[in-house]
Design a binder for this molecule. Structure first.
Ligand code: COA
Length: 703
């Protein structure tokens, strides 16, 4: 989406309200009133077929009769009239339409929605909405919405898919003391989508943090791309994470790929920080909009009370910033700013006697120490000290230190005096919270931001060269036979074309051939039925392992065939696979689905019981870099098993990293063909000894 068009839409110099009404209580009245009341400086044109003047402004019967240009039009006429109005706006060369009206795709009228988008695009216009509250901007004094007032002024901007939530957040900005520059309701996203607004807000001079409330993205990959390109922190709260696509999936991966996991992975890959709930969205947004990222893991906590210090210490561990003791020289210096019984280890406990001078000295010294990457300052209201003075002490110390690149968050625990001291701090650009764990969580968001920035800069290049043509040739043959399911042998050929180490597997059509191939591979071997109609081979009695000699090959061949026929008489049988019997290793599983929002998406976890019962898996949208692949290995609860527990040697993590990386490229490159796939189990050996994909499955998209 063109940012010039979005500028006209969201920061218009002239605006029309089509459907302006003189009847208080109507949305067309409220929007006009809001524009005037909130001090919009551009020209406002009310449009109404019968009125002549509303709220002191001259009314035009239709938009075409307005003299001069119009950047944006807010539309507040009923849905059935919107197509006509959009047409007229096009003729008037309006650039952006803010369509508040409901009654489109959200209520079954997708056709009407498509019609207005088509007309808008025909005339080169863009549409925000429909089905929205509107858009608000403090820096433009623009309230083009039916939300009652502009939000508390601040540096973050919020895009929300829920209009009702926008109005609630608007009011809550004042009670929660979290300011926003812009609040944008995006509604049905018929045209302008979240990714467009991320790109636009990234260039908006009045926005330092992009805050998102997301119900569902339309184009996940476009969103990831926008996130990757952004230069500002983005934080998202995703709702509706309960039952996404889990039902009808044939594979493990499909049934395990809940929205929470896939969105969580996509956010991470897009460099987007997550909020756990609405409250957390406010708290983290405040810190991200006011403070720089935390560039290392060393957090220092300065407090006047042991209790809040311990609460913050617990929170630090919980949110991934476990405290370390300050270096000796730092402790020695800090000891000067506290009584004998204080503690300079970390948390730095200045004790309840600490007044603003001690806070000043400790904060000023500590923030300047190279060891310190971020600071949380805590204060418990006491009878002897004055919260406002402490707040001023902290602010002055930070100013006097001359340090600007390190983040600081604050928590004052107490009553009204503490609350007003925190209001002062926030106005001065220091995020302050009523609870110590919240201040630590906000700091953790600043650390996450820095980590994510580094993560997204890694390029996702495949680890092994691939032969896409060979893989496609296998798929083409399967298609020619009118099948959607590859046999294990075919799936392994595709895997092998992408450098995935597979167990040697050959197809025997006759008993005699089976013996010959078993000798070629070397005993012991595994024998498996090869049939596109039998997906669950073991259930069909179609697998025999540890076959040690020729006689056993004959027996196995006959019994597998008999079992398969019993299981499914009409199954088409290609033959029997003779396979090298891989030595046993740690079982892991790899799988993929074609997620409706993000496309090819990969899963990794420990195999066997761990995947069945514990659902101990992690996801990424393909492709993944080697770095991301290695991170996936560490994300599952069973990670210590891969690292080596109880005297077991570590598993070959390097080989697993390569496997994940190559697998992700395979599912992406063949994304137009593969619906689902898995490598299950993959047997992983000790460090340096590699791994083997023992079984493989690929299901093609229906065409
Ligand atoms: N051009 C300009 N004005 C027109 C018009 C036209 N072609 N045709 C009609 N109007 C005027 C009407 O005369 C009326 O003004 P009046 O009060 O002076 O008569 C005004 O536009 C509004 O039309 P009306 O029929 O009274 O509609 P309404 O105000 O009852 O409802 C909506 C209009 C858009 C508010 C309503 O259809 C709707 O969608 N409501 C839900 C909106 C919402 O909640 N969105 C956010 C979801 S999160």
């Amino acid at each position: 989406m063109d940012n010039v068009l979005l500028n006209a839409l969201l920061r218009p110099e002239t605006i029309a309200v089509v459907g302006a009404s003189s009847v208080p209580g109507k949305i067309g009245y409220t929007v006009l009133d809001n524009l005037i009341k909130c001090g919009y400086q551009g020209k406002i044109y009310p449009i109404n077929p019968t009125a002549t003047e509303i709220l002191g402004l001259k009314v035009f019967p239709n938009i075409i009769e307005v003299p001069g240009k119009i950047d944006a039009a807010v539309i507040t006429v009923p849905a059935r009239l919107v197509p006509q109005v959009v047409e007229e706006c096009g003729k008037k060369k309006v650039k952006g339409l803010i369509i508040i009206t409901s009654g489109f795709a959200e209520s079954g009228r997708r056709d009407l929605e498509e019609q207005i988008v088509e007309t808008a695009h025909h005339y080169g216009m863009c549409i925000l909405g429909p089905n929205i509250v509107g858009t608000l901007s403090n820096s433009d004094k623009l309230n083009a919405s039916f939300a009652p007032f502009l939000p508390l002024n601040g540096k973050a901007s919020l895009v929300t898919q829920s209009g009702a939530l926008l109005i609630a957040i608007d009011a809550a900005t004042y009670t929660r003391n979290v300011g926003f520059d812009k609040l944008i309701s995006i509604g049905n996203m018929a045209d302008v989508n979240i990714a467009d607004l991320v790109i636009w807000l990234d260039e908006d001079p009045n926005t330092t943090c992009i805050s998102l409330y997301i119900e569902g993205l339309k184009d996940g990959r476009q969103f990831i791309d926008a996130g990757l390109k952004a230069h500002k922190p983005i934080i998202a709260l995703k709702s509706g994470v309960s039952a996404h696509g889990a039902a009808a999936a044939a594979s493990h991966t499909g049934s395990l790929a809940g929205a929470a996991k896939v969105y969580g992975a996509a956010f991470q890959q897009a460099g987007v920080i997550q909020a756990s709930d609405l409250s957390n969205l406010f708290d983290r947004t405040l810190a991200l909009s006011l403070q720089p990222p935390m560039k290392g893991d060393n957090l220092i906590i300065i407090t006047n009370g042991g209790g809040v210090g311990v609460l913050a210490t617990d929170a630090a561990e919980k949110y991934g910033l476990p405290l370390k003791f300050a270096p000796e020289d730092v402790q020695t210096e800090l000891k000067k700013y506290m009584p004998e019984f204080g503690s300079a280890k970390n948390p730095i406990d200045l004790t309840g006697q600490a007044g603003n001078e001690w806070y000043y000295d400790a904060v000023r010294y500590a923030i300047a120490q190279p060891w310190v990457d971020g600071m949380v300052v805590l204060y418990c209201e006491t009878a002897m000290t004055n919260p406002t003075e402490i707040a001023h002490g902290i602010k002055k110390a930070l100013n006097d230190s001359g340090i600007t690149g390190k983040p600081v968050t604050v928590s004052f625990v107490g009553g009204e005096k503490s609350a007003s001291a925190m209001t002062y701090l926030i106005k001065e650009g220091i995020p302050a919270y009523a609870a110590p764990d919240v201040a630590v969580n906000a700091m953790a968001a600043l650390r996450e931001y820095d980590n994510l920035r580094h993560m997204v800069s890694e390029a996702a290049t495949p680890c092994a060269p691939s032969d896409q043509a060979a893989a496609r040739a296998v798929i083409r043959r399967v298609r020619e036979e009118g099948r959607n399911t590859l046999t294990e042998i075919e799936a392994k050929q595709v895997f092998s074309a992408y450098g995935l180490p597979i167990t040697k597997t050959l197809l025997a059509r006759t008993e005699a051939e089976a013996v010959k191939l078993a000798q070629k591979i070397g005993f012991p071997v595994v024998m498996k039925i090869v049939s596109p109609d039998i997906l669950h081979k073991s259930d069909a009695g179609g697998v025999k392992v540890n076959i040690k000699d020729e006689a056993s090959v004959h027996d196995a061949f006959r019994s597998i065939l008999a079992n398969a026929r019993n299981y499914k008489a009409e199954a088409s049988i290609h033959g029997i696979a003779i396979q090298e019997m891989a030595p046993w290793g740690t079982e892991v599983i790899l799988g993929s689905v074609n997620d409706p929002t993000f496309g090819p998406t990969m899963m990794f976890g420990l195999g066997g019981i761990f995947v069945e019962v514990l659902k101990d898996v992690t996801f990424r949208v393909a492709p993944v870099s080697k770095g991301q692949a290695m991170r996936m290995l560490g994300e599952i609860r069973g990670a210590p098993i891969l690292a080596g527990v109880r005297g077991e040697s570590p598993r070959d993590r390097e080989a697993m990293g390569n496997l994940l990386c190559n697998y992700s490229h395979m599912i992406l490159e063949l994304g137009d063909e593969i619906a689902e796939s898995d490598a299950n189990p993959v047997l992983v050996y000790e460090e340096g000894k590699g791994l083997k994909v023992v079984d493989a499955r690929i299901i093609l998209k229906k065409k």
